[in-house]
Design a protein around this ligand. Sequence first.
Ligand code: NDP
Ligand code: 2IT
Length: 451
Amino acid sequence: MELHKYTKEVLEKFLVANKGLPEYQEAATNILTSLDKYIAEHPEFEEKSLLERFLMPERFIQFKVLWTDDSGKIQVNNGYRVQYNSAIGPYKGGLRFHPSVNESIIKFLGLEQTLKNSLTTLNMGGGKGGSDFDPKGKSDNEIMRFCQSFMTELYKYIGPNKDVPAGDIGVGGREIGYFFGQYKRITGDFSGVLTGKGLSFGGSLARKEATGYGLCYYASEALSTILHTDFKGKKVVISGSGNVAIYAAEKATALGATVIALSDSNGYIVDNNGIDLEVVKQIKEVERGRLSSYVERAGKGSYHAGTYGKEGIWSIPCGIALPCATQNEIGLDDAKALVAHGVKAVFEGANMPSSSEAIEYFIDHEVVFGPAKAANAGGVAVSGLEMAQNSERLSWSFEEVDEKLHAIMKEIFANGYKHTLKYGKNVYDLKTGSDIAGFEKVAEAMLAQGI
Ligand code: NDP
Ligand code: 2IT
């Protein structure tokens, strides 16, 4: 597709300035491609250099994290926080602990988060952070020491009205608890500076479930509006078996689907009668173990070593696919296999799990495509609700939070779809519509606030 002159110029400059940061380049290219027609309609964006301003993070912080392992050896890791955009609210976004974390991953996630948070209808800017620390195989004491050291630097940059981190891959309730304790120790402040907290110190009910449940609420809206169907009787394949995957599986099952596969970074399980989620929760949430023990524990199903590629999880025939592990887990060949086996809809629980070619392929083959920033926004939406509860020093019931989450996901779909009908390639193209819907509010706020 030939881009409008201004979009093209900005993108070309961006790609040169950010060479060596492939995920970041991919996210920016995807977004600018979606926004192109909308940009062409708004000459004031070029006059005010708005796209260049939007793409440049407000601040990128990199720091050293030193800690001692259980043998007494000093270990060194990188810590990061990108404060991407604060036009519509304080920076907000998760922290990821994974060996693959680097500048490119953090910046792509921060850019995506900016538009995602705008879609939630709540006032949150975009941020993201993390470390190349690998939590796998670490003792609880090592995790605590690492989190304390990480926060000893990060605390300088965050605050309940400034920047509010949360979890992401490798960071869940346990880590948020250690961060919170260290922030309070250093500052003497008991405040809502993090979300995903424990329920006994200001956490919100339904935050743990929010991303996965929200994904299924969004999917239900899309399925009923575009395909006049729902989850009932559908076979669903979900990658990952972490926070997002587990609660997506729980809600999809409650809505009448059969979840036939889940994965971790070593392999995947298939159970055609439906995965036993209680067994998965015990393995992954309680024991922090591997899915390879599922078959023996559940007494059913099969385990397959290896994750993606020809014999990987996307080769399993299904009606609905929910990628919920990590970025770039669905390439063009995976998209072709899914379509050949009859997939009707793909909703992204993870951030940027599908490559640009895979997205194009889905949309061109009339597969409903729900992009990450819309489909997985339920997690950060309930983080926003946790901030609201902390501000009023009250806690809402599970039902109240869940109801608000449901309403937000319906609104995210409706707003994105409205723009899809106007700007999308076809009705299956929720990517274009959601990108424009998210950008609209950020652009308006940036223009109103001047430079
Ligand atoms: P978790 O750490 O709880 O789980 C991640 C899961 O994905 C694990 O099963 C993990 O396997 C697997 N995984 C991670 N990296 C890889 C990899 N490189 N290759 C194969 N498998 C991998 O993270 P979350 O569930 O919180 O996050 C999953 C995705 O959802 C991420 O993209 C995240 O950014 C996104 N997301 C998370 C939100 C949240 O609120 N937590 C909100 C919105 C989006 P293993 O167990 O072997 O490590
Ligand atoms: O990608 C995401 O939206 C998250 N990891 C959740 C961020 C948050 O602040 O709750």
